[in-house]
Design a protein around this ligand. Sequence first.
Ligand code: G3H
Ligand code: 13P
Ligand code: NA
Ligand code: ZN
Length: 306
Amino acid sequence: PLVVGKEVLDKARREGYAVPSFNTNNLEITQAILETAEEMRAPVFIQVSDGARKYAGLENLANLVRDMASRVSVPVVLHLDHGADYKMVLQALRAGFTSVMIDASHHPFEENVRETQRCVEAAHAVGVSVEAELGRLQGIEDNVQVSEAEAFLTDPEEAERFVELTGVDYLAIAIGTSHGAYKGKGRPYIDHRRLEEIARRVPLPLVLHGASGVPEWLKERLLATGAELKEATGIHDEDIRKAIPNGIAKINIDTDLRLAMTLGIREVVTQNPKEFDPRKIIGKGREYLKQVIREKFLLMGTAGRA
Ligand code: G3H
Ligand code: 13P
Ligand code: NA
Ligand code: ZN
């Protein structure tokens, strides 16, 4: 069934596992997420981004996810990803989301607090949980001094003040990850010591954005179809495993799903040029999606928790 975000994440932080939050844009992605969650007895977040809203429509996706979630036995949270402002949050509340993110992290601290406060007031009035973000997501590149990049990372003392002032239910933090398929050369830098300090001061579930791994098997197979992705890199599984006992309870994944869907599509169209049934083409993408989603539930310790 559809449930509220806070109950899923409080349990995850308390018991030391994480719940993946997968971006959906259509029917097939939603099916892959829910079928795999059901098979693995895993709670799951399904999130809708600004791009998803523009591509498929907020109401279309909300109605699809809510209806499908009502027919599975595991807990499902419908979450607004990177809500841009108060108005966007209200639209999501009206559409039946059970968790919303207000991302005012690009504003100065005081303004981020004010904008988050009013979203919390509206969402809590109707029993919906709220995620906010403090710090700026940005890959730490080899050519940038870590001290310089650290200016964007979440300050532990500020994080403590931020959650007290706003009353948010979970907090997204910047500890070195970044969105997309190019997270920096070699092993992307994750500031685990900073995470430990934030977790010591903030008892809430912490959220990790930009957490895709760009799995080697996916990349190899995509390259074999002629895809140009040579420089693509992601967060190592080891860093994900290390972050979870330090308070990370929600982990956002979009890029790895995009890669999986695109692999299926590319394999069918390049290996079978006579095929023109979109169900055969997209269907193969959906199979690879399920494989990636399965791996995430195992990596994060979510399997068997529902
Ligand atoms: O946070 C970013 C997500 O990957 C969604 O991106 O707005 O292009 O759908 P999008
Ligand atoms: P990735 O691009 O690493 O999958 O991150 C997705 C994300 O953080 C969506 O909010
Ligand atoms: Na989010
Ligand atoms: Zn994000």
